[in-house]
Design a protein around this ligand. Structure first.
Ligand code: MG
Length: 393
């Protein structure tokens, strides 16, 4: 992990919210027309530099230092009734199944009810506002990651037919949920001076501190503000497909090793890591020296070792190890259904988890490798015949 930049350590006092926190005594700006002066935004794909000045770019995305990106779509009007939503895991998931969206188009709705539900709130007189934490945008706000985020949000909102405001916190600072900086900025600067009525507004988010949740930042955000809180299941019904992992979930320790959130799951995580390491070790034979390649034509075992499937297997199992490492509750035979909803955890992985829970190990770690055709860790080159023999040992 690169060291955090100074901006990430800013305190609330660094924010330009005025001389104290938002309270009933503080008059709100009517500052829809006080947007930062329009100027040409940073070039897409440009080298990320630390941005310290507010700007609004040519696509109407505004930036408030140190980390807030925001935009209004379809001319939302000031309103005291706010229907507020988290974005990822609440309104959308990634279509690719990737932890991070791969490109602008990498999203799908949480389920088919979402767009209609938002439209209906609009018709009932609510203003729709999205408050999203985004990771992977470092000093950014000018670089590719920021451009990708802006483009993706533009495409998501384009599928909605109602006015929407979007706020995205991109650093670990007071704009980031569960801190209330995004909400305060919205109230002060982006609602035409109208103070939201908290009792008739609400916030929906998936980070609710439930047993299978990875965080409680959405719930804490709502609580800090005083907004009624709901989870997406309550609001939209059951999610379609797999659950996206929150960005930045794969925690790594100093040495790059996985940090296991729940020590009870350490053995399971280690088993998947071992499967991944073994597969990578097999795949790596592909990169071996010429003297090995000279033998490839004649040695079936070597062809198996160079199988790209081994690398795929390594990646898939490494991902599962990371997901399980992040899972906060003890994995048992009783909650495999929940575990199976995690991104990257398919039926094959569930079968392995079940096997591990029932037997304390995985057969393939005992010397049989089910995909690449090589034995455990494959310290020596073996022929397929030798492997076949292993299966009966
Ligand atoms: Mg979320």
């Amino acid at each position: 992990m690169p060291p955090k930049r100074n901006a990430a350590k800013r305190k609330e006092s660094d924010f330009d919210f005025g001389d104290d926190s938002l309270s009933e005594d503080v008059p709100l700006d009517d500052s829809e027309d006080e947007k930062p002066k329009k100027k040409k935004g940073p070039a897409a794909g440009g080298r990320a530099k630390k941005v310290t000045e507010a700007y609004t770019d040519e696509n109407d995305w505004s930036f408030q230092p140190p980390s807030l990106l925001y935009k209004s779509y379809n001319d939302p009007e000031p309103n005291d009734k706010i229907a507020a939503f988290d974005l990822d895991g609440t309104l959308v998931n990634t279509k690719s199944g990737a932890q991070f969206p791969r490109d602008d188009l990498d999203f799908k709705w949480y389920n088919k009810n979402v767009a209609d539900k938002l439209q209906s709130y609009h018709e009932q007189g609510y203003k729709i506002v999205i408050f999203s934490n985004q990771n992977g945008i470092k000093s950014a706000i000018t670089g590719k990651a920021a451009e990708k985020l802006k483009g993706r949000v533009d495409l998501i909102v384009a599928e909605l037919n109602c006015p929407v405001q979007v706020f995205a916190a991109t650093l670990e600072d007071n704009f980031r949920k569960p801190a209330s900086g995004m909400w305060e900025y919205f109230c002060r600067n982006c609602n035409g001076g109208v103070r939201p009525n908290l009792a008739s507004s609400f916030f929906v988010g998936d980070a609710a501190g439930r047993p299978a949740d990875f965080a409680s930042s959405d719930k804490e955000f709502a609580e800090a503000i005083g907004l009624p809180f709901r989870v997406p299941e309550d609001e939209f019904g059951e999610m379609e497909g797999k659950r996206s992992l929150p960005a930045g979930l794969m925690k790594q320790g100093e040495g790059g090793e996985l940090v296991v959130a729940n020590p009870d799951n350490a053995g399971l995580v280690h088993a998947f890591k071992q499967v991944a390491d073994n597969a990578f070790a097999e795949g790596a034979t592909e990169d071996a020296g010429d003297f090995l390649w000279a033998d490839v034509a004649t040695a079936p075992g070597l062809r198996a070792a160079a199988d790209p499937k081994a690398k795929f297997k390594g990646s898939a199992n490494k991902k599962v190890a990371g997901v399980l490492a992040s899972y906060p509750i003890t994995i048992t035979l009783n909650n495999l259904k929940e575990v199976g909803k995690l991104q990257g955890v398919g039926k094959g992985s569930i079968a392995k988890i079940k096997e591990f829970l029932e037997t304390g190990t995985l057969a393939e770690l005992e010397g049989v490798d089910d995909l690449a055709g090589m034995g455990r860790a494959a310290p020596e080159l073996k022929s397929r015949g030798a492997d076949a023999a292993d299966k009966f040992m």
